[in-house]
Design a protein around this ligand. Sequence first.
Ligand SMILES: Nc1ncnc2c1ncn2[C@@H]1O[C@H](COP(=O)(O)OP(=O)(O)OP(=O)(O)O)[C@@H](O)[C@H]1O
Ligand SMILES: [Mg+2]
Length: 254
Amino acid sequence: MLDVQGVVKGYYESHGLFKKKHKAVLKGVSLHVKRGECVGLIGESGSGKSTLGKIILGIEKADKGSISFEGKSEKRAYEKEMSVVFQDYTSSINPRFRIKEVIAEALGESIACAKEKRGYIVSLLEEVGLDTSFLERYAHELSGGQLQRVCIARAIATKPKFILLDEAVSSLDVSVQLQILELLKALKKKHNLSYLFITHDVMCVTYLCDRVIFFKEGECVESVDKIEDLKHISHPYSKSLLGAVEALEIPNFC
Ligand SMILES: Nc1ncnc2c1ncn2[C@@H]1O[C@H](COP(=O)(O)OP(=O)(O)OP(=O)(O)O)[C@@H](O)[C@H]1O
Ligand SMILES: [Mg+2]
């Protein structure tokens, strides 16, 4: 469904007044996400994960390579099929908006009838485990976990087929992380959603993902097609990422 082919991206960094140095961030990335599948993209900080995410969403432009979605390569043809949930739920919600307005903004003018719109927003809140009492509240009146649920409700409001989850549970404490992962898993099953789950946390990957790609310095260095095979990875980098949790038994959640 989502096809990323040979994506190259670099930035110019300033070194002094006139000196600029080109830094390659993505060095020819190719990956594929099928319908209803969750692919984990795991890599250290600065390896280019979010840059790849922004290119997939069309926020940034690749220097080389292509993105296609269900065979369509024009951003305008597929952007409505995609949503995103970021790590920083606080800054991704306008503090002046009530929760009902946060979700209504994502809907735009797609539902003209105010009563129907409200009903749909209530049903979205219910889907993510929140009730009508949240409609009139502002972001600062919600906990981190509740705010991330609102971000998920907003992401599914437009009925996307694909959601990019960029460190979507990383700012939450472990018990809330588990609840949000559980919610994402249930929504994926219910709506046959596809996820690209960007993270640096192997435990979250084992919980939610069908496949994993290890990402280092702008390149995919290893991929695991079955979570159960995570123990058999061979690349030293993947092993080092896994090392932190090696003492623990990798749970077979899937
Ligand atoms: N707009 C930009 N201009 C210049 N450099 C950028 C820009 N966006 C990203 N970079 C650089 O690209 C590199 C990769 O950044 P990116 O945010 O993709 O990493 P990441 O893997 O998501 O890291 P993290 O796990 O910390 O979120 C970094 O060195 C960053 O400084
Ligand atoms: Mg990032």
